[in-house]
Every structure is written in C-alpha cells, then in structure tokens.
Design a protein. Structure first.
Length: 94
C-alpha cells in the first residue's frame, strides 16, 4: 500500500471512528458543504470518486467537532488551501 493510500485510509478511519463515537454525521448539499469549507480553509477533505455503479464525487470533512458529508455529480472546486486526501471510497451509514 502506498504512503498516500495509507494516509487516506488512516484519515478515513479516524473520521469514521469520530462519527461512531459521537453519532453525528451531517449530510449537506454541495453548496452548503462549500460554505463549511470556506469557514475552514485549512481543513482536511477526504475525497472519493465513484466507480461504475456509483458515479459522482463524495466528500467528507470535519468542522468544530462535527463530520460533514456531501455527494456531487460533478467535482467541486475546493479551496486551494484545504488538504485533500484521496480515498478509494467513503462509506456512510444509512
């Protein structure tokens, strides 16, 4: 596993554990997700691009102790100052 893949897995695992521990995951529309990112310009975003059956882009970030998630059919124009970690997939509980 590459260093980037390891970092992505670790970041994703940390966010998933945070969601499990707190029980809070906020699903947002892409525009609202971008508003959160603009408040947290030095944040971390986990990005997963869908595959054959699951098209689109999934995004996950944290802000003030909450985890925020969105899915978009097109790639979002993220602020250049956020750190992006590419993941194979983002699993979100239903």
């Amino acid at each position: 596993m590459s260093t980037a893949a390891t970092a992505a897995a670790a970041a994703h695992a940390a966010l998933v554990q945070a969601v499990k521990a707190s029980g809070v995951l906020v699903r947002l529309e892409p525009d609202d997700f971008m508003r959160i990112l603009n408040k947290n310009r030095d944040g971390l975003v986990v990005l997963a691009q869908g595959g054959f059956m699951n098209r689109g882009f999934s995004y996950l970030t944290s802000y003030k102790g909450l985890a925020f998630y969105t899915k978009s059919p097109v790639e979002l124009d993220l602020p250049g100052s956020v750190e992006v970690v590419n993941a194979k997939q983002i699993w979100i509980p239903n």
